[in-house]
Design a protein around this ligand. Sequence first.
Ligand SMILES: CN1c2c(nc(N)[nH]c2=O)NC[C@@H]1CNc1ccc(C(=O)N[C@@H](CCC(=O)N[C@@H](CCC(=O)N[C@@H](CCC(=O)O)C(=O)O)C(=O)O)C(=O)O)cc1
Ligand SMILES: N[C@@H](CCS)C(=O)O
Ligand SMILES: [Zn+2]
Length: 766
Amino acid sequence: MVQSAILGFPRMGVNRDLKKATEAYWGGKISQADLLAEAKRLRLAHWKIQQDAGVDVIPSNDFALYDHVLNQIQDFGAVPPRYTKDGLDLVDQYFAMGRGHQKNGIDVPSLEMVKWFDSNYHYVKPTLQNGQTFKLADEPKAVAAFNEAKEAGIKTRPVLVGPVSFLHLGKADRDQTVDPIDLLDALLPVYEQLLVKLKEAGAETVQIDEPTLVFDLPAKSKAAFKPAYEKLASLGDKIPKLVFTTYFGDIVHNLDVLPKDVYAVHVDLVRNPEQLDEVIGALGPNTILSAGVVDGRNIWKTNFKRAIETVETAVQKLGKDRVIAATSSSLLHTPHTLASEKKLDAEIADWFSFASEKAVEIATIAKAVTEGPAAVREQLEANAKSLQARASSSRTNDPKVKDRQSKVTDADYKRKSEFPTRISLQQKKLNLPLFPTTTIGSFPQTKEIRLQRNRFTKGEITEAEYDKFIEKEIEENVKIQEELDLDVFVHGEPERNDMVQFFGERLDGYAFTTHAWVQSYGSRCVRPPIIVGDISRPAPMTVKESKYAVSVSKKPMKGMLTGPVTCLRWSFPRDDVHQSVQAEQLALALRDEVVDLQNAGVGVIQVDEPALREGLPLRAGKERTAYLDWAVKAFRLSTAGVEDDTQIHSHFCYSEFQDFFHAIAALDADVLSIENSKSDAKLLKVFVDEAYPRHIGPGVYDIHSPRVPSEQEIKDRIQEMLAHLKPEQLWIDPDCGLKTRQWKETKEALVNLVNAAKAFRAQYSK
Ligand SMILES: CN1c2c(nc(N)[nH]c2=O)NC[C@@H]1CNc1ccc(C(=O)N[C@@H](CCC(=O)N[C@@H](CCC(=O)N[C@@H](CCC(=O)O)C(=O)O)C(=O)O)C(=O)O)cc1
Ligand SMILES: N[C@@H](CCS)C(=O)O
Ligand SMILES: [Zn+2]
C-alpha cells in the first residue's frame, strides 16, 4: 500500500497558543511548568489532527519552543560557552540563545538567526568553536517527543536535521576559524547515540532532513554525505530506518552522493516534478521513494489529478510498497486551518487548503493510489470542480492591469539623472550632517496600538476615532525622535499590522485572512495575504499618515513602503501566473504610491526589499539570472517615477551580499540600509571591492533582541565600518525596524546610537 506522510506540522496552534505562552513566560506571567504543559497540549492536539485526517506517518520532534535547529544545538551540546557560564536552566539557556538574555546581571546576545532556505522562516545558526565537541543531552527532545506521542497511543516518525545539513547550515563563532563541516567525525557519534535511543524507544523510522542537498555544495560538504550515511548504515538494525529527506529544490546535480542504503528518499515534487525519473534511477535497489506532492509552502488546494498521476508514475516503476505520498516539505510554512476563516468569501475560500486540510489531502491521495479512484470518488470530483471554478473565475483576471503592463517601456525603469547629480540636489534640500542617523521605519507596536486596531477591526471604534489615535501616535513618535535628535525621521508605522499584510489589505487582487498565521521566528508570526488575481491600487495607501507626519515634523520625514518583491514573497503568491508578472503588477501599484508620496511633500521614501535576497533561486545558473532581472526591474519600476531631489532609500535585513551585490547595486537606490550587526564587518568588504558609489547604513545593532547595545559597542561597530566605507557615504541606523521592541529599550538603544554618531561626526568634522 502507498502510505501517506507529513513532514512537519505548524507549531503555533489554532489561536497562536504557543506564541501567547512563550511571550507570557518571557514576561514573567506564567511559570516554566505552565509553558511546558501548554507545549505538550499543542503537540498532542497536532498529532491528533493528523491522526484523525487518516495520515499514516505522523512526525514528532517537528515541534520547538523557538526553533527546531536550536533544539538540536542544545541537545547536541553545541552551546557556545557564553550561554553555559551563568548557570541558566536549560529552558532559559535555550531562549538566551534564541533571543538574548539581559536580566539579573546576565548579559548575553542571541545567536545569529537567518532565513531557512528561501522561506520567511528563520532558524538559529549552529555557532561552532575550534575543537568543538558534542555531547548528547540526557533527555533529548526527539526521544521525549516520541515517547509522549507513544503514551498517547500515536506512533510517530521523529524528525532530525541531518548531520551534513546541521554543519553546513552552521558557522564558526566570532574569532573562531573552524570550518563546520570538518566537525563531522566529532558530531556523528551523537547522531548514533540519539538514533539508538530512538530505536530503543520503539521508533521504526526517522526522517533525517538533509535539505542542503538541493544546493550547489562546496566539494567538502558534498563529500561529507557518503561517509556520514555509510557510518549510520553500518549500525544496521541498532537504529531506526532512515528517510533521507530533501525539499525546496531538486537534487539531480547531487545524485552521485545520494545514499543507496537508506530506507527511503524524500524529494520535493511540487517544486521540481521533473526530477522524478532521475531520482528513481538513482535509488538503491530497495529504497522507497517519498514523493512530495502536497505543497508545504503555499495554500492552494492540491490538484488531486496531477498529484495522483505523479504518485502513480512512481508506483509503476517501483511498486506500491516502495512509494510514500507526502507533503513536499514540512507544513510549518502554512497556516493551521482554513476552518478558522469565517470572513473569507466562500467562492475564494474553496480554492484554499491550510495545514489541517492538507493532512486530509495527503491521506486522500494515498488512498486513491492504494485503493483506486473509486474509493475517493466524491473527494476527487469536488476537487476537480473547485479547481475548475478557480480557473474560470472572473476574479482572477483584470484587463486594465494587463493593459497597463503592456505599456511599460524601458524609460520607466530609469531615474531622470545619475546618482552624483541626484545626491547633490537631495543634499541641498535635506541638508543632512555627516553620519546621518535614521531608523528603519517601525517603532514599537505597543499593546495599546494593537488593542485600538483590534477595536477598529471589530467595529468598536469608528474610522475617525482610529485615525485620531494613529495621529496621536505619529505625533508622539515625532516628539521622541526630536528628543533623541535623530536626523531623518519616520512616522513609526503605527497604522500597520504588518509590512506586507497592510499593503495586501489595500490592494485589489488580494484576499486576506483573520487567523492564517505562520511562524516567522521564535514567537513572531505573520499572516501572509493571498494573491488571488491581477493586482492594482484602488486608492493611495500610506499618503494620509505620511502627510500628517510631515506636517508635525521640522526634520526630513521618510515615507515607508514595502517593495514589490517583498510584497510578493511574503504573500502567498498565485500559482497560475509567473511571479515576475505578479511583481510587475505590484511595482506599478507602488510606483503610483511613491509619486503620490512625493507630491504630498515627502522628500525621502524608503522602499523596503528585505525579501529580495530570500527569493534568489537556491542554485546559481540561469534561473537566478532570470529572477534577478525581473526582481531588480520591479524595484526600479516602483521607484523611478520620482524627481532627482527625492531621495530613495531601500532596506535589507539579510546580509549575505557576496552572491548578490550586483543586484543591490543595480537597484540604483540613493541610500541602502542593510543588516550587518551580527555578521562580520568583513562582509562590507564587497562594497569596497566593488567600489559601491552610493550611500549605505549597515545596521549598528541587532533589533531582534531586547538587549540594549552600549554606546561603546556601537562606536566599535562604526569604527569597523569605517575600515571599509567612506565617512561621506555612511549612515548610522539599527539593522531593522523596531516594531518588536519595547519603548524603554528602544529609547536607550537610540540614545546610544545618536551619541555614537555624534562622536564620529565631531571627530570627522575637525
Ligand atoms: C521584518 N520581518 C518581517 C517578515 N515578514 C513579514 N511579513 N513581516 C515582517 O515584518 N519577515 C522577516 C522579518 C522578521 N519577521 C517578523 C515577523 C513577524 C513580526 C511580528 O511582529 N509579528 C507580530 C504580528 C504582527 C501583526 O500582524 N499584528 C496584528 C495583529 C495583532 C494581534 O495579535 N492582535 C491580537 C489582538 C490585539 C491584542 O489584544 O493584542 C489578536 O489578533 O489576537 C496587528 O498589529 O494588528 C507578532 O506578534 O507575531 C516581526 C518580524
Ligand atoms: N520598514 C520596516 C522594515 C522591516 S524589514 C520596519 O521598520 O519594520
Ligand atoms: Zn528589516
